[in-house]
Design a protein around this ligand. Sequence first.
Ligand code: FMN
Length: 192
Amino acid sequence: MDDLMELLKTRRTYRRFEQREISQEIIEEILTAARLASSAANRQPLSYIVVKGAEKVAQVFSHTRWAGALPPEQGQPKEGERPVLFIAVVENKDINPDCDTDAGLAIGNMTLAAWNRGVGSCMIGACNKPALAEMFGLTQQQVLHTVVAFGYPSHASNIVDMEDPALFKYYLDENRDYCVPKRKLADVVRYL
Ligand SMILES: Cc1cc2nc3c(=O)[nH]c(=O)nc-3n(C[C@H](O)[C@H](O)[C@H](O)COP(=O)(O)O)c2cc1C
């Protein structure tokens, strides 16, 4: 259990990566973690598109926006820092039109399974979905939920206590490591 809590504490969002391949074994482990996630009525409406190989990854990357809380020159990964893999999460509306929670659970599983193998990730909601849907050849019934970027991180990311509830934005410290304020337990929990 201690290991799980450590995994949860250190599984942060990572936005700069080493230019090192992720093995097919690890990719399949990440996809299996998604496949095993809970699903409303067990309908399992999600499917996944794996994007690997420098050219295709660069094409997807060009449709993504990173670290909205930071100026682009600080938050947007530069050449040599970019992810080496994307996995797109696709909602199949003919199976279940209301599957946002399913997607969240699957993405949580994927990012944890990846981090368990030292692979960092960033889920990207801020992407050009129409352009990516066309690139992926999605049908009328298929909606792109998110793309998740993966790679071996080249920076650290640390949780800090949020002293002021208004100061929720993450920031970079002097080493360009991410600092991620989390609200204190006492500020978000109420016992009845
Ligand atoms: C629904 C959702 C969408 C997100 N979209 C983006 C995004 O488009 N670009 C990005 O850089 N990070 C994105 N993130 C990552 C968040 O910024 C990150 O989770 C948050 O700052 C907390 O950091 P942590 O994941 O390390 O706890 C997204 C996270 C979630 C849950």
